[in-house]
Design a protein around this ligand. Structure first.
Ligand code: GCB
Length: 594
């Protein structure tokens, strides 16, 4: 799905702002057929949960409704007109007037509703978007409903971040020609300092001829081609590299028989290759070492609401700390985040929302698994179908981003049960089929180790989340160091693949200090990270370290979290803890690549 853009033939208008909002009416009440009863104001984009003061809205389970008037510009007559929703978490329905025009399941990928035949240029219409936040064992991510003593129903889930919901990203009104570019796929190969091959494929609606050109950053056309698919040669390309966000546009033009311009779309791309060779991760043929963070889309008031100011600031802090990469833990982030990563040469591990497919973990903490995770009554074929769809939509959305170098198809699933293999084998194969150019991974948790992980051989890179010194050997860093090194050497010897430590860290209360070895203090977090770094430097197969987490973030309430997870090296309002300075002294002096 192409990201909307303005061009000579296209127009995209943000519908951000204040919408009328109501939590609660079920679809049976048909709330879209009239102005929302009892509607109050809500901001888009933002999760709705923290906008208000009442717990009923914050902890609401089920449908909420957003509504506003839209006006179709008079100049859009004859165009194809759609409403584009960047994300509706976790299920969205779009109504124009009384008509259902789109439905989508999956909370972090975009969808659109074609309203061409329902609107008139210059006219107005009532737009209502219903959003359902319910999670079941057949959704991605999964969750379950629990009824309490008083009959009240609560949403429960096994992932460690608050179930923020609503319209947290942009909504747009978009006009394109009816004959149009519908998709663009770009693959760069054999990149070297002196030449690159750029293969492209353009999908279209209508029979117009396709003409393409590669446009460099100075706006010059540097290569041309004709036809819906082909290969272009680029001499002396400026490679996209970690720390060097060199980008080109593929300008795609559709031409009528008489040569008239029917549609124009500019697809940004970077020239780079990615490869796993032995225990190395190569970008443009050179070993790359990941330094950075697991992140969240999370901030006060907005919840998961996309915010350009926060985006710019988070990247500034990552660059300050010397990070060259991050993981979109634990769901696809807003498209603007990946655009910015492309432009700033930030390397991305792109993850689906498949988090919590594990009965032995609750919010990152080990519990007792009483029943198998992958079974007809728990995570089953329908869960896998939803997971496959999440992978399809992620790859379709993000395939052209040079920053994305690795797909992570799940975080911490149950990986010891034999049934996990039946579940993951087709998903790994699907990911490779959808994108043969990037390596794939799943992110592993402690209980599946190098000797009993039943799925790791399906993947190219070993991504490990490890909490020695926190959940295991808390306040005993020397025991933690021994265990960590022993385990990493086990992975190295058994599998011979590159290892990225995708999470390591400690909860830390900003402002808490001690001269003693005391968990939760700023000193302990810094010492723990320092210990991990010593071990990483001794194990050659370790090709990356991503600290958990970039910043403190909100979780569901519970006895192991104090107003959320405090493993951030920055606080939720982005002030550095002591560990941030430690990372800066380790990372900011290292070369961007190694
Ligand atoms: C994990 C999870 C992450 C949690 C983290 C923790 O392993 O992947 O989502 O937040 O542990 O802090 O417990």
């Amino acid at each position: 799905m192409l990201k909307p853009q303005d061009s000579e033939t296209r127009d995209a208008r943000l519908l951000d702002g204040i919408w009328s909002f109501s939590a609660g009416p079920s679809p049976g009440a048909r709330p879209w057929t009239a102005p929302l009863a009892g509607g109050r104001d809500a901001a888009v984009p933002a999760s709705y949960n923290d906008l208000f003061t009442d717990d009923a809205t914050r902890m609401h389970v089920g449908w909420v409704w957003y509504q506003r008037e839209i006006r179709i510009p008079a100049g859009w007559a004859g165009q194809r007109i759609v409403v584009r929703v960047d994300a509706a978490t976790h299920r969205g329905r779009v109504y124009l007037g009384d008509d259902l025009v789109a439905e989508h399941i999956g909370g972090y990928t975009p969808f659109e509703a074609d309203i061409t035949d329902l609107v008139e240029a210059g006219g107005t219409a009532r737009l209502t978007i219903g959003v359902d936040n319910e999670l079941t064992n057949e959704t991605i991510p999964p969750g379950f409903l629990q009824e309490d003593e008083n009959g009240a129903v609560h949403q429960k889930y096994r992932h460690d971040f608050f179930n923020y919901a609503g319209l947290a990203r942009h909504v747009r009104l978009v006009a394109t020609p009816k004959e149009r570019v519908t998709d663009v796929t770009i693959v760069t190969e054999e990149a070297s300092g002196s030449a690159a091959t750029v293969s492209y494929r353009v999908d279209t609606a209508g029979g117009s001829a396709v003409r393409v050109a590669i446009v460099d950053e100075d706006g010059r056309d540097v290569a041309h081609g004709d036809g819906a698919a082909g290969t272009l040669q680029l001499s002396e390309p400026r490679l996209w590299n970690p720390g060097e966000g060199n980008l080109y546009d593929l300008r795609v033009e559709l031409l009528a028989d008489d040569g008239e311009l029917v549609d124009v779309y500019r697809q940004p791309f970077g020239v780079r290759t990615v490869e796993v060779r032995g225990a190395e991760f190569l970008i443009n043929g050179e070993p790359f070492y990941f330094r950075g963070f697991g992140k969240h889309e999370d901030s006060a008031v907005r919840g998961k609401g996309h915010d350009d100011a926060l985006l710019v600031h988070d990247f500034a802090l990552m660059e300050w700390s010397g990070a060259n990469s991050f993981r979109t833990s634990h769901y696809p982030y807003a498209e603007e985040v990946l655009d910015y990563a492309d432009k700033h040469g930030m390397v991305v591990i792109d993850e689906t929302a498949a988090v919590g497919l594990n009965l032995g973990l609750g919010g990152g903490v080990h519990g007792q698994a009483g029943e198998p995770a992958f079974s007809p009554t728990m995570f089953n074929e329908r869960t896998r179908d939803a997971h496959a769809q999440a992978i399809r939509e992620l790859v379709a959305r993000d395939k052209n981003h040079p920053s994305v170098v690795l797909w992570s198809i799940a975080n911490e699933p149950e990986a010891v049960e034999p049934a996990a293999r039946d579940y993951f084998e087709p998903l790994a194969a699907l990911t490779r089929e959808l994108d043969p150019t990037r390596p794939i991974a799943y992110v592993n948790e402690l209980r599946a180790s190098f000797h009993n992980d039943a799925i790791v051989d399906l993947f190219d890179v070993i991504c490990l989340n490890r909490y020695y010194g926190w959940y295991v050997d808390n306040a005993n860093l020397s025991a933690a160091e021994t265990r960590l090194e022993r385990e990493l050497r086990g992975w190295e010897e058994t599998h011979g693949k590159p290892i990225i430590i995708a999470e390591y860290g400690a909860d830390t209360l900003a402002g808490l200090h001690s001269v003693h070895v005391q968990s939760w203090t700023e000193e302990y977090q810094a010492e723990l990270l320092d210990m991990y770094h010593r071990v990483f430097d001794r194990v050659p197969a370790v090709v990356g370290e991503q600290v958990w987490n970039f910043a403190d973030f909100q979780t569901s309430p519970g006895i192991i979290r104090v107003d959320g997870n405090k493993k951030g090296v920055f606080t939720r309002d982005r002030r550095p803890k002591r560990a941030a300075h430690l990372l800066r002294s380790r990372w900011a002096t290292a070369p961007t690549r190694n």
